[in-house]
Design a protein around this ligand. Structure first.
Ligand SMILES: [Zn+2]
Length: 323
């Protein structure tokens, strides 16, 4: 008898054979591109730690959306940078806020494109936390009303999906209740269900100007060593009415993505965050890694773990590569 009878290398011999047994696919359909909106006209300010990513005024946002749509990317997610910040995050729920204006403008020009809005207070509060602060504490329940009002203002502006990222307990239910009450029962909620207190968010805070002015976010975002808690968080958001659950960050938490895929029959998203992007860009700039290949391998690993939707700053590059 010849040994071994089964030789896995047989099916790896050339690209056509490899193509035929490939188990996971990545398509532009899987990608969601994050954008940062500022007030004004003609504003295009590159984020130092995120090459190729800009803070843009609405005109620039429209240009980016046209480009994404042409590349086959079905959706963008918007983060707003306000004119003024205050303790109550007033611009978060202002109909004339940067995000609200951008949503309306995109839907006007590319009505088929899905516009998702990030719902949180940290870009809008002067202290940079995701909720109302009293005596140095981030209050849960009083924050819910402001989050729900923000989500409603996004829906009223035309947002297709609202995506709460604050990690307050009960916010999905609070948002669902208000949306339903106000006639937006068809607006889905993409919940940042499992969001870890991660050092990988560093470059984003420059982009969104949302660095906390005191303390950190560990009293509301999840502790990185925890995995069973991730399942409880996701179960709660699903019970409260989430239509999509998300894990954030993606690459250091592929086990969590796989665990959620296994447990819940729900659309699953993962956020390939700023630090994951910047490290690959930096490695490429230094000539230490082939950044394009590392990008594609990273994105396929997130798909393989089980995420159907990937929020990523690589969306346009990856779509171009796939095209
Ligand atoms: Zn926040």
């Amino acid at each position: 008898m010849q040994y071994p009878i089964y030789r896995p290398r047989r099916m790896r011999r050339n690209e056509t054979l490899r193509r035929m047994v490939r188990e996971t696919r990545l398509s532009p359909d899987n990608l969601i591109y994050p954008l940062f909106v500022v007030h004004g006209q003609g504003v295009r300010k590159e984020i130092g730690s995120m090459p190729g990513v800009y803070q843009l005024s609405v005109d620039g946002i429209i240009e980016e959306c046209r480009e994404c749509w042409a590349l086959g990317i079905p959706a963008v997610i918007l983060f707003g940078i306000p004119k003024d910040k205050d303790p109550m995050a007033s611009e978060a729920y202002d109909p004339d806020g940067s995000v609200q204006k951008a949503v309306a403008a995109i839907k006007d020009v590319i009505p088929e494109m899905v516009v998702i809005t990030d719902v949180c207070l940290c870009e809008y509060t002067d202290h940079g936390h995701c909720g109302i602060v009293e005596n140095g504490e981030i209050l849960n329940d009083p924050t819910l009303e402001l989050l729900a009002r923000s989500a409603l203002s996004h829906a009223q502006a035309g947002a297709d999906i609202v995506a709460p990222s604050d990690m307050m307990d009960g916010r999905v239910a609070a948002i669902r209740d208000l949306l339903d009450e106000e006639g937006y029962s068809d607006t889905p909620i993409m919940a940042y269900a499992v969001k870890y207190a991660s050092a990988y968010y560093g470059p984003f805070r420059e982009a969104a100007e949302s660095t906390p002015q005191f303390g950190d976010r560990r009293s509301y975002q999840m502790d990185p060593p925890n995995a069973t808690e991730a399942l409880r968080e996701a179960a709660l958001d699903i019970e409260e009415g989430a239509d999509i659950v998300m894990v954030k960050p993606a690459l250091p938490y592929l086990d969590i993505i796989a665990a959620l895929r296994d447990r819940f029959d729900m659309p699953l998203a993962a956020y390939n965050v700023s630090g994951e992007y910047s490290m690959i860009k930096a490695g490429g700039k230094l000539g230490w890694v082939d950044s394009e290949k590392v990008m594609m391998e990273s994105l396929i690993s997130i798909r393989r773990a089980g995420a159907g939707m990937i929020l990523t700053y690589f969306a346009k590059e990856a779509a171009r590569f796939l095209g």
